[in-house]
Design a protein around this ligand. Structure first.
Ligand code: ADP
Ligand code: ZN
Ligand code: ZN
Length: 735
């Protein structure tokens, strides 16, 4: 007799464990491969789970084991090495495996939808005999139409041609037509003929060297940092590296930051390649996402472009992974399954035995230190492609100067001069809304959010107060709620206010605002971009949405209204992020023949780090930051895990973390340092008090060990049920 076999499943459950089942009735468990989905009973519900393994023993008592209901797939959803990677990631990030796995798969697969292309109902003719229709000319016409489509025609197409559905029903009742179901075959794979729509640019020497180094890696694993100043032609290097891969019949996966996934970016790939380019973007519905995923898996999509969640999309024949703007914070998911798509992509490339390129003008300190230590190949491009010159930086010391709604007189002058020459100017201010807050000048009242430790932002269009942390909104009152005074004034400036004041100063020049509010409508961004690419002066005002991936060849001046925002941040990454953002914004200017200028208003014109940033190449700034991190034993010289807790009172959140500290201390060796519990930098958010406990260790191993055991202890801890807690491994954001 063969030994009994058990199915070990990952289920979408908050528990950090797998679940054992008996095989569905009549199914030989030896025919089931890890990675197939099964429908199973779970309590009184049914769930869809993923088979992790077929085991020959189970800890679950025999009378508690239930059979699965049905297997949903003939073949695994993911190839074995990606399933292994997903399991590894769940363990590494301390997240329940089922939830981790499903958050990397299209939503419909979680619901049990077949992993197959959509099926379509088409109408075909059973007979062309229309004699019976002599007195029904419309039915006759429709029948003739259907006869002309021997492969079938959809109801939608029939309706679009002006035939009422009733006509079709009549034909069906007469037995003249019938419906058939067909799998919708997506557009054929590689298009016939040429691979390229347009010829590639002739690479300059630095680009050639980068491409050659990539080509040399061939079909082995290799991680490459492509560090090239903005405008150095990194994208052109990606395109030509991808071309090589396509010629070998392989596919490329390109991950881009959330706000980098613009039609412009996608356009460059589609313009270059005469092959199917699939894009996984937020505008797709669930069915479209699944289709794109399937096309990648079946090898029909040759290039897949997506944001972090596209990370685990299976590729039939992978050849290259590209992470564009690898320093971007959006590659780390900040809630639920808190994974880093960048770090996992490197693991994936290793598992697939293919090269991966991490590209940036301002690489993260983690990646830079991997390049310095030789773990990553370091490719550098220091000059701009196509002969454009690098922008020239100037710090504008605004100490003691009177500002006109956030702009000093000399900056206004310079803006005017560039506009007068018919050039474009970009004004950067990383605060949307009209003003950061509203204040009563009689009693000092400030519009605070009742649910957060934060001011409410004043918006003018439409007028209201809005908390950007919890989304709380309130109408604008004419008088101060404390003293009834009408002397309420906006404090500081956001993009709306700057837009208004620039429009006042330069009434003859169009002012375009780019932030989350102005681009909410679907085609808004496209309209703005179209205007920017027309000749003639204009002013662009915006937030960091302007910093990524755009080319503004007509912009010759970038004005940064507040260069100091990150200088004194409570977050140890604050300085790094500030430097990256400022250089990225600066890099939008002067990309064509005219050189660009960057003017930065600052109250700290002598700040050594700010000076380094504007006077030296990025590596020098980054080098200083790295030296400080080394001294403070912060990442990348140590590893962090952050335990966050939220509760209805601060006492409760802190007491919970005290208990956690007591639990974890005996699990820690001497290397592990515990910091906290401390209130989070923003103590109150969305009505909940927040505290955190930081675990720090020079080596990953001991940290992982301790945190892993802690997570299991907490799962069964009654006190843990009274707070919301989470574990963030390699946290990016300390708030
Ligand atoms: P990056 O991604 O590094 O910011 P891009 O790849 O977008 O840079 O290139 C910046 C500009 O330079 C683009 O307009 C691009 O067409 C142009 N460019 C890139 N490589 C070359 C080249 N070898 N010769 C001429 N122009 C180039
Ligand atoms: Zn008042
Ligand atoms: Zn709030």
């Amino acid at each position: 007799m063969t030994p009994e076999l058990f199915l070990r499943l990952a289920l979408p459950s908050p528990l950090r464990r797998s679940f054992d089942y008996l095989p569905p009735e009549g199914v030989d468990p030896r025919t089931l491969q890890p990675g197939v989905r099964l429908r199973v009973p779970f309590g009184r519900r049914e769930l869809v789970g993923v088979l992790l393994e077929v085991a020959d023993h189970s800890e679950v008592p025999a009378d508690k084991l239930r059979p699965a209901i049905a297997c949903l797939d003939n073949a695994p959803l993911l190839p074995a090495h990606l399933l292994v990677l997903a399991r590894w990631a769940a363990a590494y990030y301390q997240h329940p495996v089922g939830d981790a796995l499903f958050s990397l798969l299209p939503a419909q697969l979680r619901q049990g939808v077949p992993a197959a292309f959509r099926h379509e109902r088409l109408w075909v003719a059973r007979s062309s005999e229309s004699a019976a229709l002599a007195r029904a000319p419309r039915q006759q016409e429709l029948l003739a139409l259907i006869v002309r489509h021997p492969d079938g025609i959809s109801l939608d197409a029939i309706k679009a041609l002006g035939y009422a559905p009733g006509l079709l029903r009549n034909l069906a009742e007469r037995g003249l037509v019938e419906a058939v179901t067909r799998e919708l075959q997506p557009a054929a794979g590689a298009a016939e003929g040429e691979l390229l729509h347009e010829s590639p640019l002739t690479l300059n020497r630095e680009q050639q060297e980068a491409l050659a180094a990539l080509a040399e890696s061939g079909d082995r694993f290799g991680a490459f940092l492509l560090q090239g100043v903005t405008g150095s032609g990194k994208t052109e290097v990606y395109l030509q590296a991808i071309e090589r891969v396509l010629k070998q019949g392989r596919q490329a996966l390109v991950l881009v930051p959330e706000i980098g996934l613009t039609p412009q970016t996608v356009g460059r790939f589609r313009q270059r390649f005469n092959v199917p380019v699939e894009v996984l973007h937020s505008g797709l519905n669930d069915r479209e996402r699944l289709d794109a995923w399937l096309k990648a898996r079946e090898g029909l999509a040759r290039i897949l472009i997506g944001t972090r969640s596209a990370l685990l999309t299976p590729l039939k024949n992978p050849g290259l992974i590209v992470i564009d703007e690898e320093h971007d914070g959006s590659f780390k998911q900040q809630e639920g399954f808190r994974y880093s798509a960048r770090d996992l992509a490197v693991m994936r490339a290793r598992a697939e035995r293919i090269p991966i390129v991490l590209g940036s003008a301002t690489p993260s300190l983690e990646t830079l230190s991997n390049a310095q230590s030789g773990r990553y190949h370091w490719l550098q491009m220091k000059s701009r492609a196509g002969g454009a010159r690098p922008p020239a930086f100037e710090l504008l010391d605004i100490r003691g100067l009177e500002l006109d709604e956030g702009l000093c007189a000399s900056l206004l002058n310079e803006i005017g001069r560039h506009l007068a020459r018919g050039e474009q100017v970009l004004v950067f201010l990383n605060r949307r809304g009209f003003a950061p807050t509203l204040m009563c000048h009689d009693c000092g009242w400030i519009a605070d959010c009742p649910q957060c430790d934060a001011h409410m932002t004043l918006h003018r269009r439409p007028p209201h107060l809005h908390c950007h942390h919890c989304d709380f909104q309130s109408p604008l009152q004419p008088a101060c709620p404390e003293c009834q005074s009408r002397n309420l004034n906006p404090v500081g400036a956001g993009t709306e206010r700057t837009e208004e004041s620039l429009a006042r100063h330069f009434p003859e020049v169009p002012v375009l605002r780019v932030d989350r509010d102005s681009t909410r409508r679907k085609d808004a961004m496209a309209k703005i971009l179209a205007r920017v690419h027309q000749p003639g002066p204009c002013l662009l005002v915006g937030t960091q949405m302007l910093a990524k991936g755009h080319h503004f060849p007509r912009v010759t001046l970038v004005a940064i209204l507040d260069a100091d925002a990150g200088l004194f941040s409570a977050d140890f990454r604050g300085m790094e992020k500030m430097g990256q953002l400022l250089l990225q914004v600066a890099g939008r200017s002067g990309r064509a023949e005219t050189p660009g200028r960057v003017l930065m208003q600052t109250l700290h014109a002598d700040h050594p780090r700010l000076r380094t940033l504007v006077e030296e190449p990025y590596e020098v700034f980054a080098g200083q930051e790295l030296a400080e991190r080394r001294l403070a034993q912060l990442p990348p010289y140590s590893h962090l895990a952050l335990l966050r807790a939220e509760a209805i009172s601060m006492g409760r959140a802190e007491a919970f973390l005290q208990m956690v500290r007591a639990l974890v201390e005996p699990l820690c060796g001497p290397e592990l340092v515990l910091l906290g519990p401390l209130p989070s930098p923003m103590e109150l958010r969305a009505g909940r008090y927040r505290a955190q406990l930081l675990l720090q260790c020079a080596r990953r191993g001991p940290l992982q060990g301790a945190v892993g055991r802690l997570a299991l202890l907490l799962e069964n801890n009654p006190q843990a049920k009274k707070v919301r807690w989470s574990i963030d491994i390699d946290p990016q954001d300390m708030f």
